[in-house]
Design a protein around this ligand. Structure first.
Ligand code: INI
Length: 197
């Protein structure tokens, strides 16, 4: 048995994209500070002119998924960190924005195989948001930790490759494989477009 876990050391070869929604910038800038502080204290060079971290600014949280997905698709980054603040206030806008950014970020990660970290605080009031962005704790730090952990974990997971899974599927249907009923004898050299559905 093998246990796979992310690590927080030897970070000098990692690369991150940080996508930041400007809306509620009082909160968001504090989240960014916490995020950068964490990366820096774990040995990441956060200089925007350096090679480890790139910054992408978008108008609001609604725009984050589009840019996050594109950044992930470039496969230049070990993780994409999305930072934003959606505050309920008095309008139904909150629900639309909060729902779309959550779905979009999850889809970006799933579609690209790159960790995309959900660093968007959603609160009822500005006071609550500020508490999460430095007054009590700074969740920006936690989001950076998640990026370090997932980035290093996915390097290991990707190192496993996909070939053995594809080859397993050649001797049983996908449903049989999932239920453990498939014949798991290894078949030679089969491409993924031959996987039975
Ligand atoms: N964007 C946010 O990041 N947070 C919010 O609280 C917010 N509210 O409530 O309106 C918000 N709206 C802007 C939205 O993200 C888009 O930038 C805008 O709708 C243009 O597409």
């Amino acid at each position: 048995m093998t246990v796979f876990e992310g690590t927080f050391t030897h970070t000098e070869s990692l690369r991150f994209a940080i996508v930041i929604g400007r809306f509620n910038d009082l909160v968001v800038n504090k989240l960014l500070e916490g995020c950068q502080d964490c990366l820096k204290r774990h040995g990441v060079d956060i200089n925007p002119h350096g090679s480890q971290v790139d910054f992408f600014w978008v108008p609001g949280s609604f725009e984050i998924p589009l840019v996050a997905r594109q950044a992930a698709l470039s496969h230049r980054y070990d993780a994409v960190i999305c930072l934003g603040a959606v505050i309920r206030g008095q309008t139904p806008h909150f629900d639309f924005v909060a729902g779309e950014v959550a779905k979009g970020i999850a889809a970006a990660a799933f579609q690209t195989g790159v960790p995309v970290i959900f660093g968007v605080v959603t609160t009822d009031t500005m006071q609550q948001a500020l508490e999460r962005a430095g007054i009590k704790s700074n969740l920006g730090w936690n989001y950076a930790m998640s990026a370090l952990e997932m980035g290093t974990l996915m390097r290991q997971v990707k190192g496993l490759g996909t070939q053995s899974y594809d080859r397993r599927l050649t001797t049983g249907s996908a449903a049989q494989v999932l239920s453990g009923e498939a014949n798991l004898a290894i078949a030679p050299d089969v491409s993924s477009d031959q996987i039975p559905t």
